[in-house]
Design a protein around this ligand. Structure first.
Ligand code: ADP
Length: 491
């Protein structure tokens, strides 16, 4: 087994190049941490519009990639740039597919040709690997957009001398997004109809990219241990629980980290007065500035922050239902988010109704997000389900006490505070209900009234280590396991 692994990390989204969610954060941070451990890691993603702004000058790695799509050929090229100073990034260029306003959707719904766009992405990735002159030991694929890569490697490219030795790890960042398309698109994949079966990539009469990854990759993981268990049940399995149960021996959970240099209250340029666990004074003044910025009154109660997509997954409806109780407890609320128009409107109305106590900012605002992480006392994540969640990790780092629903990664990374022992990092609740949420906030408010105890609780969170290094080591272990498995099969 080689000491230094060659890893090709394939993802549709990578921060800072293109992002719609947490997948981009992981894809931007994990490869750097792996390089830090001494491995040869390269990224591959589509060349979406504008990526070159962050990639330095691009060179051509493969001038022409020809990919069969049904009875046609689509052409692309592989360009090479960098992420930071250490990680090479390959951009798969095909302007017809990727030079668009957004990654997946128009205001009227998904792009009509997403199936073709990501068949091309998957197959061109495999073609690129054949032509690159750099043979990865492992291809690490992520989420549905990459789900067909393991299928290609195990079928059409099975006997290819380069591809035959490559092991795959498939990471599911969110099982709910599966890349499901109608069966008429099947011929574009190049797989015969014999793969359009329940044992292949068929799913209730349609093509399912995510399922392809789950069935054909050597090893699987999700982004927390709890979520890895939950998705094997009908409640959280999104119809794929059977497939996941069948592969439960190959299914692992590795919790995400955050970049501790990027997220650091001692150096964050966005926050008015920086602070450390030893000296939390800056956090108090960050709260005062944040209230001023948002037009919130100066009151003795805690300020609850939320920075979130406004989507059903995030349990936002509970917050609306619990709002009168939360305000009666003396809390204030600031929410920064965007998404579902109904939720946006409901929160805008709540802010209107409770001026001075509730502030709502709709849209995406990285600077305000940081000022909320720094200035809020608590950070609320009442998710229906949560594969890992980054918000609670950032809040722990900023001494902002998470109040979470015990699900997925939230259950794995936050521990209930025990006021007697002084241990724990936050507050949680089990039942998906407004009274349960209110109960957890009430416990937080009780502790908040004792400033010394609250500081202890905030410091407990700041002392946790959710930096990427530990998780990157776990990924290396999985890469080696995947390679062993692949080698055993090849013998
Ligand atoms: P998900 O990937 O499901 O949206 P995560 O908690 O894993 O949720 O990651 C969300 C990330 O995006 C966090 O870093 C969060 O701070 C950030 N974020 C979400 N909404 C906004 C917003 N409106 N403005 C700024 N940052 C946001």
């Amino acid at each position: 087994m080689p000491q230094r692994l060659r890893i090709l990390f394939v993802s549709s989204e990578v921060e800072p190049f293109a992002k719609t969610g947490g997948l981009a954060d992981v894809s931007g941070a994990l490869p750097k941490a792996l390089v830090g451990l001494g491995h040869d890691v390269r990224l591959l993603m589509p060349k979406y519009r504008g990526v070159e702004r962050h990639a330095g000058s691009l060179t051509t790695a493969i001038p022409q990639l020809r990919v069969p799509i049904a009875d046609r050929r689509s052409e692309g090229a592989l360009l090479e740039g960098r992420m930071g100073s250490h990680v090479p990034v390959y951009f798969l260029a095909n302007d017809h597919y990727y030079d668009r306003d957004s990654l997946y959707t128009t205001p009227d719904g998904d792009y009509w040709d997403n199936c073709e766009r990501f068949i091309f992405f998957c197959r061109a990735t495999v073609e690129a690997v054949r032509g690159l002159g750099w043979q990865p030991h492992v291809i690490h694929v992520n989420d549905w957009q990459t789900g067909l890569i393991p299928v290609y490697l195990e079928t059409l490219y099975r006997d290819d001398p380069v591809c035959a030795e490559i092991a795959t790890l498939f990471t599911v960042h969110n099982l709910a997004y599966q890349g499901v398309f109608w069966h008429y698109d099947m011929p574009m994949t190049g797989f015969g109809w014999d793969f359009f079966t329940p044992a292949g990539i068929e799913f209730y009469g349609k093509i399912n990219f995510l399922k392809g990854g789950l069935v054909f990759a050597d090893l699987l993981n999700t982004v927390s241990r709890a979520y890895a268990r939950e998705i094997q049940t009908p409640e959280a399995g999104s119809g794929l629980e059977g497939v996941l149960q069948e592969r439960s021996e190959d299914l692992y959970g590795v919790v995400n980290g955050i970049d501790y240099e990027v997220w650091n209250p001692a150096t964050d340029p966005e926050i008015p007065k920086r602070y450390t666990a030893e000296d939390l004074e800056g956090k108090r003044s960050s709260k005062a500035s944040l209230r001023e910025e948002l037009g919130l009154r100066d009151e003795p109660g805690p300020l609850i922050g939320m920075v979130t997509r406004l989507a059903e997954q995030k349990g936002i409806d509970l917050v609306l239902a619990a709002l009168p109780e939360l305000l009666a407890l003396g809390c204030q609320l600031v929410l920064l988010g965007s998404g579902d128009p109904h939720l946006e409107q409901a929160f805008a109305e709540a802010a209107e109704r409770h001026q001075g106590q509730v502030a709502v900012r709709l849209g995406y605002d990285a600077g305000l997000a940081r000022r909320i992480y720094a200035g809020a006392d608590c950070f609320l994540m009442p998710s229906r389900y949560e594969p890992c969640g980054l918000g609670q990790l950032i809040s722990l780092r900023y001494g902002t006490v998470p109040v979470v629903r015990w699900t997925g990664g939230l259950a794995d990374t936050v521990k209930e505070f025990d006021p007697i022992a002084g241990t724990g990092t936050g507050f949680g609740f089990e039942a998906f209900s407004a009274p349960a949420l209110t109960g957890a906030v009430r416990r937080a408010v009780v502790v908040y009234r004792e400033p010394e105890r609250w500081r202890q609780l905030a410091r407990n969170g700041m002392a946790e280590d959710f930096s990427w290094e530990a998780s990157a080591r776990e990924y290396v272990t999985l890469y080696r396991k995947a390679l062993k498995k692949k080698n055993r099969r090849g013998e």
